[in-house]
Design a protein around this ligand. Structure first.
Ligand SMILES: [Zn+2]
Length: 225
């Protein structure tokens, strides 16, 4: 029986992984598998298939703790009962892994942000009378959008400005988690907003004012002497 293309690609990809990256880092896999992970950084990125933090940071197994969801959103702190997948991952990273930093990574042409700006799903929901998890989730971007309307109303409908605003709001929401705030104030945890431009493969870091600036692409340009 012919196997479907997706399954064929998964198996081929796995075999390539075994032949190259796994073979190269076999000892490392064995070490982190036996003795556990000690990542310094947690990255909260979008589920988008084009934005892979481990690839962008050229990270080895055990180096970064990654959480991906639609539109790289950190929801507001909400201690009520519920299925808080994102919040529980943040708690684990801070309390159990003691990461040094949490990095939120937004990206170009984010489908979640497009859906928010276009109100995608609203009509379908009316017709189907069915709960949309996606609609509820991306509505968390309301606060980011309101802030953008206050500070830069002209660009409030602009995809990129909204993507930046979403990252900034995720950082604000992170500080709403008591254990995050405590670790940041104690100097044990840093927060950083970042943005990945897919077309050019370029990364930007947010400065202290929330403005996104390009990270040097070449090692010699980094002032790390
Ligand atoms: Zn996205």
């Amino acid at each position: 029986m012919k196997i479907p293309k997706w399954k064929h690609n998964l198996i081929t990809g796995y075999q390539n992984f075994r032949a190259k990256p796994y073979k190269r880092h076999k000892d490392l896999y064995e070490e982190v598998g036996k003795y556990g992970q000690h990542p310094d950084v947690m990255v909260i990125a979008c589920s988008d298939s084009r934005v892979n933090p481990s690839a962008i940071f050229n990270a080895h197994p055990g180096e970064i703790f990654v959480l991906r969801n639609v539109a790289n959103i950190v929801p507001p702190y909400d201690p009520s009962a519920g299925y808080h997948g994102t919040s529980s991952a943040i708690e684990f990273a801070v309390k159990a892994l003691n990461v040094d930093a949490i990095v939120v990574m937004g990206h170009e042409s984010c489908g979640g942000v497009t859906a928010y700006l276009n109100g995608v799903g609203a009509e379908d929901k009316k017709q189907e009378c069915e709960h949309s998890f996606l609609d509820s989730w991306i509505q968390i971007l309301d606060t980011a959008h309101e802030k953008l309307l206050e500070t830069d109303a002209e660009n409030a409908g602009c995809q990129r400005q909204m993507e930046y605003a979403g990252v900034r709001q995720s950082l604000v929401n992170l500080m709403g988690f008591p254990f995050v705030e405590k670790a940041v104030i104690a100097g044990n945890l840093s927060l950083l907003g970042t943005y990945f431009s897919i077309i050019e493969g370029r990364l930007l870091f947010a400065n202290k004012d929330g403005i996104f600036e390009e990270v040097p692409t070449h090692r010699s340009k980094v002032a790390d002497k």
